[in-house]
Design a protein. Structure first.
Length: 281
């Protein structure tokens, strides 16, 4: 068998190929391009259509409380903001995205429930929200029972308005819309009297420039929604690291600052930062 001579040029090409292989990200299927920071990426699932929480803006950037929390957590895990790859994760796709490894974390108004904990693990909670009503600033609706004989806006597929009608205001007239923005327009035009969903979501929408000063939250607590950061089932190490990051975010004041910046214009009276692992029923 003849041995071929390796020229200097060939050696350089070979060395470069080895270097590229070593430095390139490996799509390991765990929501990261590799196992750590320093040039790698981390994939985080968020909502793209919830102002104040998770919103993709026209210029391609992202804003909202969930985004701020996830950005802080990612930095504590070793990733700078430009190393985050934001992935749109709709409600129905969250468990699948984690189990499949499409994302490493999910921060998308993800309420912690016993049913979901069978499929994914949660860090947090990092926000305690409540179902509430959004009404015009001059409205005299202060209780859910005030909605009897009034029009309540519901987003198609949502259970929030159905719960209000069933439990508090059986005579309320439900008006279904395709999305929250349509409900807001109907509320602004006087076609409906109130919109209901989580108070954090309502505050985010009401904080948009076109709605500032026009709406208010009734301040009701019709349910408890403990928002957690979803992690792949069994990844206890990541859960613990995220919990440490959330505790630090609260202690250094970054959590409260993010609440005020994202929800403040709607006069959102947020609950204090919840204790890690403490679920309010």
């Amino acid at each position: 068998m003849k041995l071929r001579k390796v020229t200097a040029a060939s050696a350089v090409v070979f060395a470069l190929a080895l270097t590229a292989t070593a430095c390139g990200g490996d799509d390991s299927g765990d929501g990261n391009s590799s196992s750590g920071g320093g040039g790698d990426k981390i994939k985080i699932g968020i909502k793209y259509d919830q102002p104040g929480l998770g919103l993709k803006t026209p210029d391609g950037s992202f804003s909202g409380f969930d985004v701020d929390v996830a950005t802080y957590v990612a930095k504590e895990l070793g990733y700078e903001a430009d190393q985050i790859e934001w992935v749109e994760t709709k409600s129905a796709d969250r468990e699948t995205a984690l189990s499949r490894g499409d994302v490493k974390l999910i921060a998308a108004t993800y309420s912690i429930t016993d049913e979901r904990k069978q499929k994914v693990d949660f860090a947090g909670p990092y926000l305690l929200a409540h179902q509430d009503l959004l009404v015009k600033t001059d409205a005299d609706i202060t209780e859910a029972t005030d909605l009897n004989d009034k029009k309540l806006c519901s987003v198609t597929g949502s259970t929030s308005a159905q719960n209000v009608k069933k439990d508090f205001a059986p005579k309320a007239q439900l008006s279904n819309r395709g999305g929250y923005s349509e409900c807001l327009s109907a509320l602004q035009n006087g076609q409906v009297d109130a919109l209901t969903t989580d108070d954090s979501i309502l505050a985010g929408y009401a904080s948009q420039d076109q709605y500032k000063g026009k709406f208010k939250l009734a301040g009701l607590k019709l349910s408890n929604e403990n928002y957690g950061i979803g992690v792949k089932k069994g990844d206890t190490e990541t859960v613990n690291k995220v919990n440490d990051a959330l505790e630090k975010m609260v202690s250094d004041g970054s959590w409260q600052k993010a609440v005020e910046e994202n929800f403040g214009p709607a006069n959102y009276k947020n609950e204090p930062a919840p204790k890690i692992g403490q679920i309010v029923q």
